[in-house]
Write a protein that binds this ligand. Structure first.
Ligand code: NDP
Ligand code: GDR
Length: 327
């Protein structure tokens, strides 16, 4: 039975990846940072019914000694580095923490792997945010990077460290340049979930309006359940490499709102208000990924349409709010 170590197991992707790896017969171990709250396992793992099937170990991405100890005791065959300060907007408020966790944290995991077992297979959660100020209309592995936030700068450092450890030490280190992917388990601060949660509250009469920032930005949105398959596939290849993972369709926030509100028979224009407080100091206006390399080499393709995913998210938020409000 292969062993996988997942950093960021309590996040959206960690939960879906755990579910996938457990279904393939892996022993799944998750690194969690200590919390004063009792439920360190987290709601997402409970939601997917995997909480009692994963092992948890205490550690922190900013603490190399904890990573070395975990690498020695867990003895993973595969390491998926998903942990990060992942909210772009927060990275301007906490640029140094973001650099420490999202950037140097990845280097710590790579170092721990190199020191303890350089034969381990390593996955780095890179991001389409690294493309930033777009240099090509459709972004592939060959598109130049131009990061536009402290988050994206930190991710770029982690990305190049992954490439560097592969080239310097011959490690099986791969980087997945994943475009936005969402699900009912998405954090509430990200725009898709903020919208589907808002739609559910408005539909149930619990709210009347939803305040958003830039409605004209566009994103290439896929489903997290599909995207974790690409992560796993990358580590099953003979050779490590970097891959763009995307749907090849880009949609504005405005059209996302249109789709989500119309799912429950509402008109978004009657409820959405633009609040400049949600504008970012520097914006990534358009993202559109070309995943043809992943399709050719990994046989991977996005399966879930934006409409289906948004419906799933709105329906899940309706269930949550009905239960909470006793409706
Ligand atoms: P989440 O924000 O949902 O999860 C982040 C995880 O990182 C949580 O488990 C969090 O733990 C953990 N974490 C944060 N800081 C530390 C730390 N110092 N030490 C250990 N663990 C820590 O992110 P997603 O699941 O959405 O994304 C997974 C990864 O993929 C991230 O690296 C993200 O930047 C990247 N990515 C995501 C994309 C997306 O669209 N979702 C697209 C491209 C890249 P805790 O529960 O304690 O907060
Ligand atoms: P992003 O996701 O920054 O692309 O990063 P987010 O959903 O936060 O923003 C997407 C776009 O929506 C615009 N927007 C708003 N965003 C938020 N959060 N809240 C709002 O009210 C709002 N109004 C408009 C933003 O300006 C932006 O253009 C996500 C994260 O998961 C990263 O970790 C990951 O690397 C990238 O996706 C790929």
């Amino acid at each position: 039975m292969p062993t996988a170590l997942i950093t960021g197991i309590t996040g959206q992707d960690g939960a879906y990846l755990s579910q996938l790896l457990l279904s393939k017969g892996y022993r799944v171990v998750g690194l969690v940072r200590r919390s004063a709250s009792a439920d360190v396992i987290g709601a997402r793992l409970h939601w997917l019914n995997v909480a009692n099937r994963v092992e948890l170990v205490d550690g922190n991405l900013t603490d190399l000694s904890s990573l070395i100890r975990i690498m020695e005791t867990v003895k993973p065959d595969e390491v998926y580095n998903l942990a990060a300060q992942s909210f772009v907007a927060a990275s301007w408020q906490q640029p140094l923490l973001t650099g420490n966790v999202t950037g140097l944290g990845a280097a710590n995991v790579l170092e721990a792997a190199r020191i303890v077992n350089p034969a381990v297979r390593f996955y780095q959660a890179s991001s389409s945010e690294m493309f930033g100020l777009i240099q090509e209309n459709i972004q592939s592995e060959k598109t130049p990077f131009y990061p536009r936030s402290p988050y994206a700068v930190a991710k770029l450092y982690a990305h190049w460290m992954t490439v560097n450890y592969r080239e310097s030490f011959g490690m099986h280190a791969s980087s997945g340049i994943l475009f936005n992917h969402e699900s009912p388990l998405r954090g509430i601060e990200f725009v898709t979930r903020k919208v589907t949660d808002g739609v559910a509250r408005i539909k149930l009469g619990l709210a009347n309006e939803l305040a958003l920032g830039n409605l004209d930005a566009t994103r290439d949105w896929g489903h997290a359940r599909d995207y974790v398959e690409a992560m796993w596939l990358m580590l099953q290849q003979d050779k490590p490499d970097d891959y763009v993972v995307a749907t090849g369709r880009t949609t504005s926030i405005r059209d996302l709102c249109r789709i989500a509100f119309s799912h429950v028979g509402l008109d978004y224009e009657a409820h959405v208000r633009v609040d400049p407080a949600f504008f970012r100091p520097a914006e990534v206006e358009v993202l559109l990924g070309d995943a043809s390399k992943a399709k050719k080499a990994l046989g991977w393709e996005a399966k879930t349409s934006l409409e289906d995913m948004v419906s799933e998210m709105v329906d899940a938020d309706l269930v949550r709010h009905r239960a909470k409000a006793g409706l």
